[in-house]
Design a protein around this ligand. Structure first.
Ligand code: NAD
Ligand code: IPM
Ligand code: MN
Length: 354
């Protein structure tokens, strides 16, 4: 028998509400197996910073490293909360975790489950995955401000792209495309304007493509990609892109596949040197926090991605199937609360065997 050792970071706002349901589902699905699970909860986020001044200490980071995987809710203060500097928790906790634990691939699958209401009139069969670079790009904080507050102020935000960083993400995207039935990879960038980084990405794709002759490669500028995500999202299979474009595209992808409350993600450490971290694409949603109405499905599907990553594919597939069954029954019914969705998915698990 195996025991998986998980760290859980519920975070702020709706984070704890949705993570509670994800944990229930993990416990329920593993209860039917010979795999046990132990959970260590870490009190981190805006509320924790307000109480202690800690965003993420070295000791906490080291302790997190010792777990097999991390389940993360969401962090971020309410917009009106002027006590918390904007973005502090996002950068000093969430991005620090992604960077320190070398989460180079931010994996964000998008699937339109039958029965889900897409806002698109003709969504078609949407089933693609965005391989978003996770540790570089404009996210690294490379830049600065001079002559602040004057008419001559200059602010720069320089995107970092390394050959190593781009190569490992592009190779991973090719491997995923090769393993999927449609064998298609789309590089999304903006190399007509962002020539330096854009050409590194483009050359890297050209260099790796011969290793995957079965994968059909194409390219879209990011602005055009947003058109096709709305007019013809079924055309996409694997999208590989940088950190910022991937952030924007995956909120859009969430919206066209029935809402951000369904969009899951994994921050993957490819070489196994640190735990990977799984979290919904959405944030702390201060506008609905505390009301018990947040959709926990994205967190639950993120937990399924985690189980896949840990090699527990049967358990993961059971969760995905239970979610698909539950989502199918949602159409036309009144929205349910967070716990009711959790109950329903736990109940749906019983009907699913793999
Ligand atoms: P958000 O994703 O929190 O919310 C956007 C909209 O989607 C809101 O109307 C919200 O109510 C809705 N929504 C989000 N999740 C939902 C769910 N599970 N069920 C139903 N509705 C849901 O994005 P935002 O408003 O831009 O950001 C709020 C805070 O969260 C900010 O502080 C931001 O920096 C932070 N944030 C954190 C993460 C993260 O921790 N991974 C991700 C994105 C944003
Ligand atoms: C996400 C979020 C984060 C990002 C923020 C909160 C730093 O928007 O996970 O998509 O931009 O990556
Ligand atoms: Mn985002």
């Amino acid at each position: 028998t195996r025991n998986i050792d998980l760290a859980v970071i519920p975070g702020d706002g709706i984070g704890p509400e949705v993570v509670e349901q994800a944990v229930r589902v993990v416990e329920a699905v593993l209860a039917d197996t010979d795999t046990g699970v132990s959970l260590t909860e870490y009190e981190l986020g805006a509320h924790h910073w307000l109480a202690t001044g800690e965003t993420l200490s070295d000791a906490t980071l080291e302790s997190l490293r010792g777990h097999e995987a991390i389940l993360f809710g969401a962090v971020g203060a309410a917009p009106g909360d002027t006590r918390v500097p904007s973005g502090l928790i996002e950068r000093e906790l969430l991005l620090k975790l992604r960077f320190s634990l070398d989460h180079c691939v931010n994996l964000r699958p998008s699937r339109l489950y039958p029965g889900t209401g897409s806002p698109l009139r003709n969504p078609g069969q949407i089933d693609f995955v965005v391989v978003r670079e996770g540790t570089e790009g404009p996210y690294v904080g490379n830049g600065g401000v001079i002559r602040q507050g004057t008419e001559f102020e200059i602010a720069t935000e320089v995107s970092l792209n390394t050959a190593h960083g781009v190569r490992r993400v592009v190779r991973d995207a090719f491997e995923r495309a090769a393993a999927r039935p449609r064998h298609k990879l789309t590089l999304v960038h903006k190399h007509n304007v962002l020539v330096h980084a854009g050409h590194l990405w483009r050359r890297t794709v050209e260099e790796i493509a011969p290793d995957f002759p079965e994968v059909a490669v194409d390219y879209l500028h990011v602005d055009a990609a947003t058109i096709f995500l709305v007019t013809d999202p079924a055309r996409f299979d694997v999208i590989v892109t940088d950190n910022l474009f991937g952030d924007i595209l995956t909120d859009l992808a969430g919206a066209v596949t029935g809402g951000i409350g369904l969009a899951a993600s994994g921050n993957i450490n490819l070489d196994g040197t640190a735990p990977s971290m799984f979290e919904p694409v959405h944030g702390s949603a201060p506008d609905i926090a505390g009301q018990g109405i947040a959709d926990p499905t994205a967190a639950i599907l993120s937990a399924a991605l985690m189980l896949h990553h840990l090699g527990l594919d049967d358990a993961a597939v059971r969760i995905e199937q239970a979610v698909a069954n539950d989502v199918e029954q949602r159409s036309g019914t009144k929205p349910r609360g967070t716990a009711a969705v959790g109950d329903s998915i736990v109940a749906a698990l019983r009907g699913v065997t793999v």
